[in-house]
Design a protein around this ligand. Structure first.
Ligand SMILES: [Zn+2]
Length: 86
């Protein structure tokens, strides 16, 4: 039962923000090299906070708004499904 609870917790903390973000308007970090970060955030300030933690000294970023038709999240979901299948 403890393992089940642990797995549940993991799902909530790791997966739910991702799935939540896929189904609604959300935000991504765009790094100065043009890459769009895979992580999705439900609010702009959340993304901003994370970006501040991750940003390198010579790097800049912008926060981009995305809606439910987000190619970046679709790509991540595809990769996750592939990994789960193998
Ligand atoms: Zn997205």
């Amino acid at each position: 039962m403890l393992i089940l609870r642990f797995a549940q917790q993991w799902c909530y903390t790791v997966l739910s923000p991702f799935f939540m973000a896929v189904n609604m308007r959300h935000f991504h970090i765009r790094w100065s090299d043009g890459k769009l970060d895979w992580q999705a955030f439900t609010t702009e300030s959340e993304a901003e906070e994370r970006a501040k933690e991750l940003v390198l000294p010579d790097e800049t970023y912008t926060i981009e708004k995305a809606d439910q038709q987000c190619p970046r999240c679709e790509e991540t979901a595809r990769l996750l499904r592939k990994r789960a299948a193998s």
